[in-house]
Ligand binder design. Structure first.
Ligand code: HMG
Length: 440
């Protein structure tokens, strides 16, 4: 049986950095701890004036192809997942392929190109599509390029402003993958929700508090759906749980609910109930809010137990390291979490071959997907080849006034005459409509 999965990854971060504690919090009149402790975020990656979803995606994809020694003929499919698209007709993948054709001697005319949309879960959906395409044998020996690219910007003074971010993750989906094998073990939770949406608008309309509850409710549904077919999930079956991370505080909430779910009806639950002094309520509830409210006393106490903290520290915390310094990248976020977790294992010198990952993807609107991946033989080499630390380190540090200007510029404010803060170096840079993504 052919194994199919993620062979390699490259990450491009927006080249500007906004420090939330030092620069953003004082201007908002907030304690820095609201961001660093409450949301769990220290900084956002922000796009320079010449960066957008095309240039960031093309830069990540180009590095990936170069590192893997690939030519356009090796790629049979390019899917871009984004919720920052500017064109209602022509998919972003065509713009990115156009950029890449400037630097390769051949073209991508043979490649099937598309664009996937379902908020942040679209990156994972694109991987699923690529997996199905290869498993069906329609790839004819070629690999798929999946690029999750977003400028996750909010309107000024929106509560979501602190969670902004920008970056792209390019992933090569192929047979006999080096990094992780994908599986058919999946579960979905999906409902028509309107807590976060962008109808004909640059920045989202968000009911932030409700969006948190919708995320938790859909994740729980996805876990239940997974178990309907895949059988009971056990707490120690997985080495890492990379979840969609709009901000690490969100994953803190999701993780405790997931732990409660996967420990139910087990000896662990009995032992925990004794330690905590209460049982979780298990009756049916009318709404997501009622369910979460009813469970909150139990989960608050659960969070304080040594057993839970040990599980969280081992399974979840390592996946959040990068996110703390880049913010929400929407479609790329869960894929950054996977890299973050595996990077921590590599740095600790752990042998992770054969370990399983419980990946929790989520997109507003709303849909969650739980699926399982298995770490492959050459994972360490692939993870160590990603130079994201150096790239994060070399971001330009914004003052608050500069941040205000560059935010205006990304809102197509004609009055904004802000110049670029960094110099493009051997990379694709936005060069005006019609000549997008010129190689500099
Ligand atoms: P807010 O209302 O300004 O913040 O924004 P808050 O008052 O709720 O405070 C945040 C946390 O900081 C709270 O922790 C506070 O207690 C704590 P919690 O109680 O939730 O655990 N805090 C402090 N902690 C320590 N010291 C202090 C302090 N002060 C406060 N001094 C909100 C929060 C989530 C509403 C906002 O960030 C927002 O609207 N974000 C955008 C929406 C979002 O990210 N939703 C997440 C779920 S939906 C999703 O993930 C999908 C998404 O990625 C889009 C897509 O799929 O396309 C967004």
């Amino acid at each position: 049986m052919t194994t199919v999965g993620i062979d390699a990854v490259e990450i491009h971060t927006g080249k500007l950095r906004l420090d939330l504690a030092e620069t953003f919090a004082p201007e908002m009149g907030d304690a820095p701890e609201k961001y660093t402790k409450g949301l769990g975020l220290h900084a956002s990656s922000f796009p320079d004036t010449y960066e957008d979803i095309v240039t960031m995606g093309a830069n990540a994809a180009h590095r990936l192809m170069k590192r893997k020694g690939l030519e356009p003929d090796d790629i049979g499919r390019i899917d871009v997942a984004t919720e920052s698209a500017f064109d209602h007709s022509k998919p972003v993948s065509t713009y990115i392929a156009g950029c890449l054709e400037q630097v390769f001697e051949s073209d991508f005319h043979h490649a099937n190109k598309g664009e996937r949309k379902f908020a942040c879960v679209a990156g994972t959906q694109s991987i699923d599509d690529a997996y199905n395409w290869i498993k069906a044998g329609r790839n004819r020996g070629r690999a798929a390029l999946v690029i999750a690219t977003d400028t996750a910007l909010y309107a000024r003074d929106d509560p979501g402003e602190a969670t902004q971010g920008a970056g792209a993750v390019a992933m090569l989906i192929d047979e006999d993958p080096n990094l992780v094998e994908l599986s058919t073990e999946q579960g979905y939770g999906s409902a028509d929700e309107t807590d976060f949406l962008k109808p004909q608008q640059q920045f989202p309309s968000v009911d932030g508090k409700r969006s948190v509850n919708v995320y938790l409710a859909r994740m729980r549904e996805a876990l239940i759906d997974y178990e309907r077919v895949g059988g009971k999930i056990h707490a120690d079956d997985f080495r890492l749980g990379p979840f969609h991370t709009p901000f690490p505080g969100m994953v803190r909430k999701a993780a405790v609910l997931a732990y409660r779910h996967i420990t139910r009806d087990t000896e662990i639950e009995e032992e925990l109930a004794e330690e905590i002094g209460r049982q979780p309520r298990s009756e049916a509830f009318d709404s997501d809010e009622a369910y979460l409210e009813a469970l909150s006393e139990y989960t608050d106490a659960l969070k304080e137990t040594e057993r839970y903290q040990a599980w969280y520290g081992r399974t979840i915390d390592p996946t959040l390291t990068l996110s703390r310094h880049v913010g929400n990248w929407y479609t790329g976020s869960v894929h950054v979490a996977r890299v973050s977790g595996l990077k921590a294992l590599a740095e600790a010198g752990e042998d992770a071959v054969g370990e399983r990952l419980l990946v929790g993807s989520y997109g507003s609107g709303a849909q969650a997907e739980i699926h399982v991946e298995t770490v492959q033989e050459d994972w360490r080499e692939e993870i160590e080849a990603i130079d994201i630390d150096e790239r994060l380190e070399s971001r330009y540090e914004l003052t608050f006034e500069e941040y205000e200007d560059v935010h205006d510029a990304h809102n197509f404010d004609e009055e904004s005459a802000v110049e670029e803060f960094t110099v493009p170096e051997a990379e694709f840079a936005f060069d005006g409509w019609g000549r997008m993504g010129e190689r500099k």
